[in-house]
Design a protein around this ligand. Sequence first.
Ligand SMILES: Cc1cc2nc3c(=O)[nH]c(=O)nc-3n(C[C@H](O)[C@H](O)[C@H](O)COP(=O)(O)OP(=O)(O)OC[C@H]3O[C@@H](n4cnc5c(N)ncnc54)[C@H](O)[C@@H]3O)c2cc1C
Length: 300
Amino acid sequence: MPVLVFIEFTNGKINESSCQATTLANGQGDEVYGVTTSTDKNYNSTLGLKGFDKIFMINDFKNIECLSKIILDHDIKIIISPGSDLFREISSLISISHKFSIVSNVKKILDHKTAITTVYTGKVESEVNVINEKIIYLINKNIIESDTYDKNTDIIKIESKNLRINYEILEETKIDHDISLSDADIVVSAGRGLKGPENWKMIEDLAKKLHAATACSKPVSDAGWRSHHEHVGQTGLKISPKIYFAIGISGAIQHLAGVNSSKIIIVINNDPDAPFFKSADYGIVGDAFEIIPKILKALN
Ligand SMILES: Cc1cc2nc3c(=O)[nH]c(=O)nc-3n(C[C@H](O)[C@H](O)[C@H](O)COP(=O)(O)OP(=O)(O)OC[C@H]3O[C@@H](n4cnc5c(N)ncnc54)[C@H](O)[C@@H]3O)c2cc1C
């Protein structure tokens, strides 16, 4: 029984979550098929893509007709996917069309029908046994190290004349940063301790030096200091980078809810009693306006 993986490309490269989904799929001992919309001509030589027996190239994930053809022609019962916004949406469309169950926040797949998931913003693990035969597993980011493979991959183009795309793009705006917050390995985040939007240059400089994405606390985006897409937490984006810098952020429970699955948390705060220090792997007590320039100087 083949396992199908949804492959996502970021800046022309298969992203880390898709590589991890591929590693999980290969761990199931079946043939692994991938589906992607990338038109990258080098897809065949991209390391992360060597873990597939077949790759289906489609025009658009939202063209459910193409995905349906793959699912029906190959009797797909298990799909493993990054838990990104796009694939959450696609999964719900497939779930309705083909009666798949969706299991989200997956940390580990034990066998075809059993997985370990995280609940309560990562504080609790639960073992889920799915009754349905057809399952979509949406995985958390950074749950495992991804492996590399050297399979001979068949690339199959699925064309559809009758594109049943259920949306229309009215306007596209390029966001002015290369690294997406959801995919970033390192995130430099700042809060109200920065005093005002004019002080974010040092945060952006630090992020640039570290090849990181920038993020912020809710009051910062509410005040319009930063754009809402940078807001992390209970009511914002939930992220799990390898390193999360929290600069001038108090560490309220609602903020932690979005970032506490980060592998390493580094807190910079001038208040030694700031709650964030309790969740920190490393902490610096001090004024961000003195410390960040020193870090930047050391990195130069
Ligand atoms: C229903 C609900 C949902 C919420 N959802 C979210 C959410 O999704 N995300 C979120 O972030 N918040 C959320 N909040 C708000 C949350 O409760 C906090 O109010 C918020 O996270 C605080 O933001 P902050 O840490 O930037 O600011 P503050 O609480 O004002 O903290 C600023 C910190 O900066 C430090 N500081 C000050 N000056 C300096 C300096 N010079 N150098 C270093 N440190 C300095 C201070 O010691 C302090 O710890 C939510 C609240 C509610 C009620």
